[in-house]
Write a protein that binds this ligand. Structure first.
Ligand SMILES: *[C@@H]1O[C@H](CO)[C@@H](O)[C@H](O)[C@H]1NC(C)=O
Ligand SMILES: *[C@@H]1O[C@H](CO)[C@@H](O)[C@H](O)[C@H]1NC(C)=O
Ligand SMILES: *[C@@H]1O[C@H](CO)[C@@H](O)[C@H](O)[C@H]1NC(C)=O
Ligand SMILES: *[C@@H]1O[C@H](CO)[C@@H](O)[C@H](O)[C@H]1NC(C)=O
Length: 469
């Protein structure tokens, strides 16, 4: 029992919180109990934003994160024996206040870089199946036509709710949407701006509009200032600082085993590396991908289950490859000369690009659904070696095979549901869950994968969690 007391004091246990917790929930606590105003599930982009905001509002909060560190899609590699860091997940941000403000609050400086200087440069186009380059490859990079459509739906940037009836264009497979607006020659460019989307052309246009939003379009606009990047090129620093701020309230390498939820509070049993804990809280904020498999421990009712079981996701995987002997211009994008829009057929490596360190390359890989990490890693390296051999010829034999220095899976990416479900009001039903059974939801599946939209939405949601008391 000594342990329990220590934890409670560290949390600044307040009588009012304890009293707000229904007796039956408190009494059933079977592991050392932590009491918090809010328990956040997921220490990725939106969970971290929410936890920091709640803390700064004076709320007590615990974050449960499966991985060993916060960051979600943000991953930074530290080059051994140097101060050099390479971001191999999230690269940059749109220029919006929520982004500038959060970085500023942790004194992490930002730069604004024009797209032409983001370091990826212009790739060579190659068929990765056989290493044949495609000279004179043309495609349209014009975005004005898409942007004009995007501007018709400003609410997609900040709201989960959709009009009833749902606009027909949202339901069109994206390939048909491009044809409808005579934008087919932008298909290849769209595909590469929407990596991680799996079979882009069959995807409901709604998802493209939500991800490829005004903030993303502004970053790509040649007349605009470009993307925000961290001056130290160390995107994970934000998450490290947030974790420090939360201290023992950042329960990393931990997962939820079971939960009970009611309108007066929640009780969540969490397995941590230091043993099991019961977290009793007034509110629960789900900030992880709400796939049914992730939501299972939360004791779903039938309305919740019928929504979460409908989600499907695509696979996006990134890594850093070390390989010697390659020319400075070694930057390739996977391109099929024999298909209508020159798109590679997934699963496949999207591209390989140089980083600030000579001999270290960023690779990104896409698949339609989940692919085992080991399969992806093997295919990444095989493809890289094949391309290297085609570039260097016989000379490539003198170099060691390419080696994977870092790898990160972004599966499950782009949670989506069938078009007929969207038409039947899926997203309004999802939004209707907000606040029910003391449970709130944020994250890419609820709003967008774009960081600005995620933080904007999360900022407003946290306010709503307390307005509606
Ligand atoms: C690119 O455009 C040029 C000129 O319009 C054309 O001759 C060439 O065939 C095109 N290349 C490809 C790969 O489509
Ligand atoms: C793409 O298609 C549009 C509309 O058909 C046309 O105006 C434009 O010139 C095309 N762009 C290129 C680069 O082929
Ligand atoms: C586990 O305990 C160690 C040592 O007390 C502490 O540093 C660590 O943060 C704890 N981890 C969790 C997830 O509570
Ligand atoms: C979020 O977006 C809305 C709509 O664009 C805007 O009015 C609001 O100021 C934004 N909130 C934050 C915190 O950036």
């Amino acid at each position: 029992m000594k342990y329990l007391v220590t934890l409670s004091l560290a949390a600044g246990l307040s009588v009012s919180i304890a009293n707000a917790v229904p007796g039956n929930l408190a009494a059933r606590a079977s592991y050392p109990t932590i009491r918090r105003d809010v328990v956040v599930i997921g220490g990725g982009s939106s969970g971290t934003y929410a936890a920091v905001k709640l803390r700064r509002m004076g709320k007590s909060v615990a974050v449960v994160e499966r991985q060993g560190a916060f960051g979600g899609h943000t991953t930074t590699y530290h080059v051994p024996d140097s101060d050099i860091t390479i971001d191999y997940g999230v690269q940059g941000y749109g220029d919006v206040d929520v982004i500038r403000n959060l970085f500023a609050s942790f004194e992490i400086p930002l730069d604004q870089v024009p797209l032409s200087e983001t370091g990826f440069g212009i790739p060579n186009y190659m068929d990765f199946r056989n290493g044949q380059t495609i000279p004179d490859f043309n495609f349209s990079t014009a975005l004005a036509g898409f942007q004009a459509q995007s501007e018709r739906y400003p609410y997609l940037y900040y709201s989960t709710r959709l009009p009833n009836p749902v606009p027909r264009d949202f339901l069109l497979p994206f390939g048909e949407f491009l044809a409808k607006y005579h934008l087919e020659n932008t298909t290849y460019n769209m595909f590469y701006n929407l990596e991680g989307f799996g079979d882009l052309l069959s995807q409901a246009t709604l998802y493209v509009l939500k991800y490829f939003n005004r903030e993303y379009l502004a970053v790509l606009d040649p007349d605009y200032e470009g993307a925000l990047v961290t001056t130290r090129r160390y995107n994970q620093e934000l998450y490290e600082r947030a974790q420090e701020l939360l201290g023992d309230d950042a329960l990393v390498s931990s997962r939820v085993v079971s939960a009970t939820r009611s309108n007066s509070g929640v009780r969540v049993v969490v397995r941590t590396p230091n043993g099991s804990r019961t977290i009793v809280a007034e509110k629960l904020l789900i900030a992880m991908p709400p796939l049914a498999s992730n939501m299972d421990p939360f004791g779903l009712n039938s309305a919740e289950r019928s929504l979460f079981t409908k989600f499907k996701a695509s696979g996006w995987y990134v890594g850093l490859v070390r390989a010697d002997g390659l020319p400075e211009s070694f930057a390739y994008q996977n391109t099929r000369p024999d298909t209508r829009h020159n798109l590679p057929q997934l699963p496949a490596l999207y591209q390989m690009s140089p980083t600030v360190v000579p001999g270290i390359y960023l690779v990104r890989y896409g698949s339609l659904g989940q692919t085992p990490d080991a399969t992806v890693k093997r295919d990444m390296l095989r493809t890289f070696n094949r391309v290297r051999t085609s570039v260097l010829g016989q000379q490539s034999n003198q170099f060691r095979p390419a080696e994977l220095l870092a790898f990160s899976s972004h599966y499950p990416f782009n949670l989506h549901v069938a078009t007929n479900e969207i038409a039947r009001g899926f997203y309004n039903k999802l939004d209707d869950l907000q606040g029910r059974r003391s449970t709130w939801y944020t994250g890419a599946a609820i709003i967008s994968h774009g960081t600005g939209a995620l933080w904007n939405f999360t900022d407003n949601l946290v306010d709503r969690m307390y307005e509606e008391d």
